[in-house]
Design a protein around this ligand. Structure first.
Ligand SMILES: [Cu+2]
Length: 274
C-alpha cells in the first residue's frame, strides 16, 4: 500500500470535520484531510508535517499580465472618540507609564486598523496558501499587530518578546477554542484554522487590556489600513468585487468596485462615531 493510499484510508476512518464544510474549496479540503489524517492513528508511522499546505493545493492561478488591485483610504468624520488610558504598572514586565488604548486610532481624519477585504466577486476555487506564517507578537504587553488576517490552512504563530508571562485565549465562533500560557522563554505557539471566521477576538488572561482581532480568510485578498488610513489589495484578477471594511468599534461597510486588467481601482471608506 502506498503512503497516499494509507492516508486515504485514514481519512475514511478518522476525519469527518472537514468533509462537510461548504466554505472550503475542495482542493484545500483534500490538503487539510491529509494533515488531519497524519495525526489521528497511532498505528501508522508519523508522517513529516509540512510547514504549510503545499502550493499545489491551489486551483486558481493569477495571470500577472492582467492582475489589478484595489487601493484606497479609510477616513473618519466626526468627533474622535476619547482614547482611554491603560494602566499596566501592576505587572513589572509591562510598561510602567500609562499607555494609550488602540481601540480607535484616528490621525488627521484617517482611521487605522480597519480590516479591508474582498467579500464577494472572486472566482470559485481555492487560492495558494502562503508558506510563511502570520506572526502575532506580544510586545510591550500589547498584541502587535492588533488587527490581522490569516488564510485557512496557513500557520499562525504567536511569540512573546516581553519579560512578562502572557496567556493567549481565543474567542472563536466555529473554530476550536484554546487558552495557552506563554512564558518569555517559551517557543512560539503555532496554530492553524480550518474554518473562515471574521473578527475572532484574541485576549490575554493575564492582562485584560490586551486584545487582537484575527480574520480567517479563504483567500489572500485583504489588507489592514495603516496609520494614514491607506490600504492596498493587490494581484486581483479583473472583475467586479464587493469590498468590505470592518472596524472593531465602528462596524462594517461595503462598496462595489470594478477592477480592469492592470488597473488600480480606487476605494474609499468613511467611518463615523456610533
Ligand atoms: Cu498578557
Amino acid at each position: 500500500m502506498t503512503n497516499d493510499m494509507k492516508n486515504i484510508s485514514l481519512v475514511i476512518f478518522c476525519s469527518n470535520a472537514f468533509r462537510s464544510n461548504a466554505f472550503l474549496p475542495s482542493a484545500l479540503v483534500s490538503a487539510l484531510l491529509l494533515i488531519s489524517a497524519s495525526g489521528c492513528s497511532k498505528s501508522e508511522p508519523a508522517a513529516p508535517q509540512p510547514a504549510s499546505v503545499p502550493a499545489k493545493a491551489a486551483t486558481i492561478s493569477i495571470n500577472p499580465a492582467t492582475a489589478g488591485s484595489v487601493s484606497g483610504v479609510v477616513s473618519f468624520k466626526g468627533a474622535v472618540p476619547k482614547m482611554a488610558t491603560l494602566d499596566m504598572s501592576a505587572d513589572p514586565g509591562c510598561p510602567p507609564k500609562p499607555q494609550p488604548s488602540e481601540a480607535a486610532l484616528v490621525k488627521n481624519g484617517k482611521l487605522a486598523n480597519v480590516f479591508v477585504y474582498v467579500k464577494a466577486g472572486l472566482p470559485a476555487g481555492s487560492f495558494a496558501i502562503p508558506a510563511e506564517p502570520v506572526v502575532l507578537t506580544q510586545h510591550g504587553c500589547r498584541y502587535q499587530p492588533r488587527v490581522l488576517g490569516v488564510m485557512v490552512g496557513q500557520q499562525f504563530k504567536v511569540t512573546n518578546t516581553d519579560t512578562a508571562d502572557h496567556n493567549i485565549h481565543n474567542m472563536p465562533h466555529g473554530n476550536p477554542e484554546w487558552n495557552e500560557s506563554q512564558m518569555p522563554t517559551d517557543p512560539p505557539i503555532v496554530k492553524m484554522f480550518a474554518k473562515p471566521e471574521m473578527q475572532m477576538i484574541l485576549q490575554c488572561n493575564q492582562h485584560p487590556w490586551m486584545r487582537a482581532y484575527l480574520n480567517i480568510m479563504t483567500h489572500p485578498y485583504y489588507a489592514v489600513s495603516a496609520e494614514d488610513g491607506t490600504f492596498q489589495i493587490a494581484n486581483l484578477p479583473p472583475g467586479d468585487y464587493t469590498i468590505a471594511a470592518v472596524h472593531e468599534k465602528f462596524g462594517e461597510q461595503t462598496i462595489q468596485v470594478k477592477v480592469g486588467a492592470k488597473e488600480i481601482a480606487k476605494a474609499a471608506f468613511t467611518f463615523a462615531p456610533q
